[in-house]
Design a protein around this ligand. Sequence first.
Ligand code: B12
Ligand code: SF4
Ligand code: SF4
Length: 386
Amino acid sequence: MTNASAASSQTLEDKIKAQARSLGFDLVGIAPAAEPASWHYYQDWLAQGYAGQMHYMHHQAPARSHPRHVFPQVRSIILVGLNYKPKHFVSQQPLPAHVGRVSAYAQCRDYHRVLRNKLKQLLRWLQQEVPGCQGRAVVDSAPLLERDFARRAGLGWFGKNTMLINKRLGSFFFLGALLVDAPLKPDSPSETNHCGSCTACLDACPTQALVAPYTLDARRCISYLTIELRGPMPPEMRSQLGDWIFGCDICQDVCPWNRKSPVGQCPELRPRPDLEQLDLYQLFFLSEEEFTRKFTGTPLMRARRDGLLRNAAMVLGNRKDPSAMPALRQGLNDPSPIVRQAAAWALGQIATAEAFAALRTHLPREHHPDVRAAIQDALRNPNRPD
Ligand code: B12
Ligand code: SF4
Ligand code: SF4
């Protein structure tokens, strides 16, 4: 067959996949626009209260029952995956005392923008191939059960850690979807689960958030606690956060399918050195403007300033390193009561005479009842050296 006749015998679906790959996507498949097969799992999950404070998961539940609620004319869904596998697993990196662990996905530009831009380019190309074709690009930005449709499109299976896993790429890939009104031939779904008898992710999760295979209680997950949770950190979870300041990769880092998978090559997702080695001490001294300048366009903005500083104080409290004193003293004077409360807890964990003196000095000036209570709790520490 000549090149010309080979090209002309290509189906539209083949051309879409070739175009998606030329835009840099590592995985691409097509799913029909139907009710998601795992819809009932999702409803059970909500009923158990596993979504915690992510109220949008409840509000948007009816919309997740069918992709037509996201794009009324939808007839097919093109699912894409973009590899971001890091060179080194974040959970296994030795870190200096002032550096916190940022999960691999968050060490670069916000993936939502990167994927959405590429999906929009794919749509523009498709509109030239199929004049009049309409579509909508979605990356977490609409109520769509992305992992369900990705499995349906043949991109991978649901792992026991709840991640979608692909035999070649493992699980370090982002998902995106292009909902289109063109009727396309769907791919075969991934029917086989390759977890077998492995339980590495369930065994390694430091907070027992994977309450059963395939089921995550977000309220216990470090990723949820450090990214989505607003307000103070629940006391029983604080010491379990370890040194994660944003997100958590443990249940992916231990997965055998991530051992030999290729490292991500997307230039837009290259890690930023200052996020790979996030300086926790410096965070407390950044002005609001400096904070915004540093983190705009990165996933870390989602935690907001008070969330990120709260998390930083948790990590410093867990490390119990007195060299964090200047940063935590600054935290105790922060405008946000969430940050002051977290700094008070961390000083109580450091538990040196200097740490208790800082708490005692601050107490008479503190007017917020929750922060006062946190200081009083910290001062009641039985290990107080006086
Ligand atoms: C809410 C959310 C979270 C929450 C809740 C996570 C969760 N497991 O539910 C929190 C904040 C904890 C979170 C954390 C993370 N997230 Co998140 N998250 C989402 C979001 C917005 C919705 C997920 C959702 O619907 N959860 C509800 C539960 C019920 O659904 P599910 O876990 O996907 O489970 C489905 C199946 O497993 C199946 N199912 C459920 N139970 C059972 C039982 C059996 C027996 C079977 C067979 C199937 C089955 O049905 C479910 C519904 O389809 C999606 C984007 C999207 N719009 O889909 C990203 C998404 C899932 N997250 C993603 C990422 C990268 C992460 C983190 C790795 C980030 C990090 N490093 O911190 C962690 C991973 C933690 C983990 N182990 O899941 C990626 C995952 C890519 C992939 N390869 O799977 C997504 C797809 C975003 C994206 N566009 O790329 N996330
Ligand atoms: S992301 Fe971390 S805390 Fe959440 S389930 Fe995985 S290992 Fe557990
Ligand atoms: S660690 Fe094991 S059980 Fe968990 S997702 Fe990976 S293969 Fe499945």
